[in-house]
Write a protein of this length. Structure first.
Lengths: 115, 115
């Protein structure tokens, strides 16, 4: 069975500092990995995904994530946080070659960027 | 359209009443997914469709929940005889064809409150 762990419920960071939101996964097979962001009372917005190729993936709003197969991780990063980045972040996984199976989500990490 | 459109945005039902939610996927997307987000932010997969055919219904509480995607109509999720624990945000999502690497795009959600 697939699963995603986001070990931190809350991450606080000062504006201008680098941020990291952690994600580890467990799948039987090769993963496709996704990050989504949810702003208050809004839907999920797609940020970036890892399918194949370069382990460092760049996405929307200056975010990037690094796929690390040996550590089964896909941490989300941004070099310089903005107050407007404050939101709920979800990591998700799908197994490759499994048809259009649903995404399995982590429990979410709330990011708070303090001015 | 270019967005997943969900209606209504908010719905309040008394316990035992019926609730029906609608979703128009992005034009050209063949796959539709329904997810339930409960108060602790966790996402629970309910059901997916490939065009009008049920693709995966492993998450559906079958005794009260039903869903359809009929040609030339919005998809729908219906809850008969709602219970308090059905209070949640219901997200519809869509993606293009089969590959698991396809991005799944989410709507803004329908907030169901059962009182």
């Amino acid at each position: 069975a697939q699963s995603v762990a986001q070990p931190e419920d809350q991450v606080n960071v000062a504006e201008g500092n680098p941020l990291t939101v952690k994600c580890t996964y467990s799948v039987s097979g090769n993963p496709y990995l996704f990050w989504y962001v949810q702003y208050p009372n809004r839907g999920l917005q797609f940020l970036l995904k890892y399918i194949t190729g370069d382990n460092l993936v760049k996405g929307s709003y200056g975010f990037e994530a690094e796929f690390n197969k040996s550590q089964t991780s896909f941490h989300l990063k941004k070099p310089s946080a903005l107050v407007s980045d404050s939101a709920l972040y979800f990591c998700a996984v799908r197994v490759t070659n499994s048809g259009n199976t649903p995404l399995v989500f982590g429990k979410g990490t709330r990011l708070s960027v303090i001015a | 359209g270019e967005e997943v459109a969900q209606t209504p945005k908010h719905l309040v039902r008394g316990e035992g009443q019926k609730a029906k939610l609608y979703c128009a996927p992005i034009k050209g997307h063949s796959y539709v997914f329904w997810y339930q987000q409960v108060l602790k932010n966790e996402f629970k997969f309910l059901i997916s469709f490939q065009n009008e055919n049920v693709f995966d219904e492993t998450g559906m509480p079958k005794e009260r929940f039903s869903a359809k995607c009929l040609p030339n109509s919005p998809c729908s999720l219906e809850i008969q005889a709602t219970k308090l624990e059905d209070s949640a945000v219901y997200f519809c999502a869509s993606s293009q064809s089969v590959s698991s690497g396809n991005t799944i795009y989410f709507g803004e959600g329908s907030w169901l409150t059962v009182v």
